[in-house]
Design a protein around this ligand. Structure first.
Ligand code: A2P
Length: 340
């Protein structure tokens, strides 16, 4: 343990899993051995960790023997089956899927917002939805100061959030368009190139999508405040990396635009980019590759008392997924919350 942890990455060949490996390297996370796991299809493939080729192995029930920590990003059904197996063998799981997020026994954690929730973990910790993470990072200082009553949010989400196959689909549609060939679609129900799809996750009986309801339920759980109202519209846009959000927040008390700026300037994990007259505001192209949450276009909402509007952008694969998971692991290590 002193020399490092035995770490498994589940879904290592995917968009988030790959980034988890990179973020572990970048942040010099103390890894003594790494096990890269994916489906049978990928067994034998090679990925690189710290300059060395590592074989991808098929995920099985025995994969977690001797492992201290597992970062999961292989979808909810894989997590539902294998995370409890890992946890029962003493391996702490940080799970990027939606499988356990709303389980009352599972902490749902954004390190800048609710790190204390990690204290009572039972070997499974959930990483929130990408759109929720960046929104709560930016809203946390406002919530701490005056409280949040209601949020109306519209998202503009990158295709990488759907996984590697969606990145390939957008690339293929770009090529087909350029070559004048028919545009094929496999991942999304409509062409994503030059389009916006107000459809992320399945539609529910109330007319909202799963993604939209995640933003409501997860925000309440992370802020530990079931009174917060959230009305979300989530939209897939033809961007490779970086989710953008128009967030309209109704606060419980007054805060001037200047006060919001001051709060955000010193907020952990936040960078303000808010100089519209010089065309400076957060852009997904600029946020891609960063671990920060970018906030701009801060203004007063004239249509409601105590309303603030802002534009929030972050790299969905990094802060929205891989980096958040590794930051959780760093706290677990620092606070001696591994190997109970
Ligand atoms: P594989 O590449 O072998 O299919 P993405 O979200 O980018 O699509 O990536 C999903 C990740 O989850 C990939 O690493 C994928 O591995 C992995 N995965 C999908 N299904 C399974 C499964 N049944 N068992 C293990 N890993 C899986």
């Amino acid at each position: 343990m002193a020399e490092g942890l035995n770490v498994a990455v589940v879904g290592a060949t995917g968009a988030v899993g790959n980034m988890m490996i990179k973020v572990l390297e970048e942040r010099s996370f103390p890894v003594s051995s790494i096990k890269l796991l994916a489906s049978k299809r990928s067994a034998g493939k090679k990925l690189s960790f710290r300059g060395k080729a590592v074989d991808v192995q098929e995920l099985t029930e025995d994969s977690f023997d001797g492992m201290d920590l597992a970062l999961f990003s292989a979808g909810a059904s894989v997590s539902r089956k294998f995370a409890p197996i890992a946890a029962s063998r003493g391996c702490v799981v940080v799970d990027n899927s939606s499988a356990f997020r709303m389980d009352p026994n599972v902490p749902l954690v954004v390190p800048e917002v609710n790190p204390k929730a990690l204290k009572n973990h039972k070997n499974i910790i959930a990483n929130p939805n990408c759109s929720t993470i960046q929104m709560v990072v930016a809203l946390k200082p406002l919530h701490d100061r005056v409280g949040i009553k209601r949020i109306v949010v519209t998202t503009f989400q990158a295709v990488s959030g759907t996984g590697q196959k969606a990145i390939v689909e957008l690339e293929e549609q770009v090529k087909a368009w350029f070559q004048g060939k028919p545009i094929e679609k496999k991942v999304y129900p409509h062409q994503i190139l030059f389009n916006c799809l107000p459809h992320i996750g399945s539609f529910l009986d109330n007319g909202f999508t799963e993604e939209e309801m995640k933003m409501l339920n997860e925000t309440r759980k992370i802020f530990d405040d079931p009174s917060i109202e959230v009305c979300a519209t989530t939209v897939r846009v033809p961007v490779f990396y970086g989710h953008s959000e128009s967030v309209n927040v109704e606060l419980k008390g007054p805060l001037s635009v200047e006060e919001v700026r001051e709060l955000l300037e010193s907020a952990e994990g936040v960078r303000m980019v808010d100089n519209p007259s010089a065309a400076q505001y957060p852009l997904p192209i600029d946020a891609a590759g960063s671990d920060l949450t970018f906030v701009g276009r801060i203004r007063k909402d004239p249509s409601v008392e105590n309303g603030i509007v802002m534009w929030i952008v972050a790299d969905n694969i990094r802060k929205g997924a891989a980096t958040n998971a590794v930051q959780i692991a760093e706290i677990l290590l620092r606070e001696n919350l591994l190997k109970k």
